[in-house]
Design a protein around this ligand. Structure first.
Ligand code: FES
Length: 357
């Protein structure tokens, strides 16, 4: 099981009006474990009022770069983001789990591709890493980024994007869209919704069909952007998306309830690092992660919202119902992977294998 490690804050700088950029130093002996694929994120844990608070932040650094950088948008009342903005100092340590997440570039990639990216707000964080890594690592690939924000002064990583544009003028295009600032050209105003995607695509992708699309933003934006790209002819398999924030209830892919068991309690066995642990949990009103914690067994998790996949595990036997799933691909569900934070047992016994990947 992946463990949290203390990483030192090497730098902290303002990143737009309401966001900070934090650089985390990874010591040499942890570099292998913290090697990431562009697009992945880091679960981070702090303690507030005696309780653990976990949040997941995407890495914005390009592939192979140290220290690891994250961008944190400050949410009013946000336990972690306000702490990061107001209290965290350079030299402090944060408890950080190695990179995880399924929204990422592959390590082996073909050349000569045309990638497009749609980001809204802090959804730029993984897309920045992906775009920079494509431009750096795929010498003949191109990237066109469409980036929506309310205003310029809330736009994160603007300097990084201009620096990329200067380094790769022929292979990188960035187009900003602002919803609360008047723009000279209509195409640059408004929100990134289905109509805007169609307008941008028809304007910028007329001559070459994109090979891959990367979409990151709030829940509502993901559906409209991916739907519009499919309507424009892109194959669903070439569109990758990641949502941030807590999704609206009922928007995820839900598992089907089948073969209900008989008892109120279910026996759960977890296999982790070659060891087995057993506990009992109610078959309603809880989930595997919380029920395990109540029995003193810590299982991996971060968002507990069905988004980050930190809790992904393999259902070796039995059946579960997932309340929601915004993280697993259909093939993973078909192969028996589940999100423990969203799972309740449907059968009297279930076995979860955390060692299978
Ligand atoms: S902890 Fe994030 S999906 Fe389960």
């Amino acid at each position: 099981m992946k463990q949290f490690h203390p990483l030192r804050v090497a730098a902290k700088t303002p990143e737009s009006k309401d966001a900070v950029r934090i650089a985390l130093e990874v010591p040499g002996e942890l570099r292998d474990e913290f090697t990431f694929l562009p697009g992945q994120h880091l679960p981070i844990q702090i303690e507030r009022d005696g309780k653990h608070v976990r949040r997941t932040y995407s890495i914005c650094s390009p592939e192979g770069c140290w220290p690891l950088e994250i961008g944190v948008r400050v949410q009013p009342g946000g336990l972690f983001s306000e702490f990061a903005a107001n209290e965290l100092q350079v030299g402090d340590t944060l408890e950080v789990m190695p990179p995880t997440g399924r929204f990422h570039l592959e390590s082996e990639r073909p050349e000569g591709r045309f990638h497009i990216g749609f980001a809204a707000g802090s959804g730029i964080t993984p897309i920045l890493s992906i775009a920079a890594s494509v431009l750096e690592g795929e010498k003949t690939s191109r990237f066109a980024l469409f980036y929506g924000n309310r205003r310029q002064n809330t736009t994160m990583f603007i300097e990084d994007l201009f620096a990329l544009k200067n380094r790769f003028p022929k292979r990188f295009q960035v187009h900003f869209v602002f919803s609360q600032e008047e723009q000279e050209f209509e195409i640059s105003g408004g929100r990134i919704d289905a109509d805007k995607v169609t307008e941008l695509y028809e304007h910028f992708c007329r001559s070459v069909e994109p090979d891959a699309a990367w979409v990151c933003g709030p829940d509502t934006m993901i559906g409209s952007v991916t739907g519009a790209l499919e309507d424009l002819g892109m194959d669903a398999g070439t569109i990758r998306s990641e949502r941030f924030g807590v999704p609206r209830k009922g928007n995820g892919k839900q598992a089907t309830r089948t073969s209900p068991g008989t008892a109120d309690q279910a026996q759960v066995t977890v296999v982790m690092d070659g060891h087995k642990k057993h506990f009992e949990m109610p078959r309603e009103g809880s989930n595997v992660v919380d029920a395990a914690a109540e029995c003193g067994i810590e299982l991996p998790y971060s968002c507990k919202g069905g988004v980050c996949a930190t809790c992904r595990t393999h259902l070796r036997s039995g059946e579960v119902e997932m309340a929601t799933n915004h993280a697993l691909e259909p093939w993973e569900v078909e192969k028996g992977f589940v999100l423990a934070c969203q799972s309740t047992p449907l059968t009297d016994e279930i076995v979860l294998d955390y060692d299978k990947s």
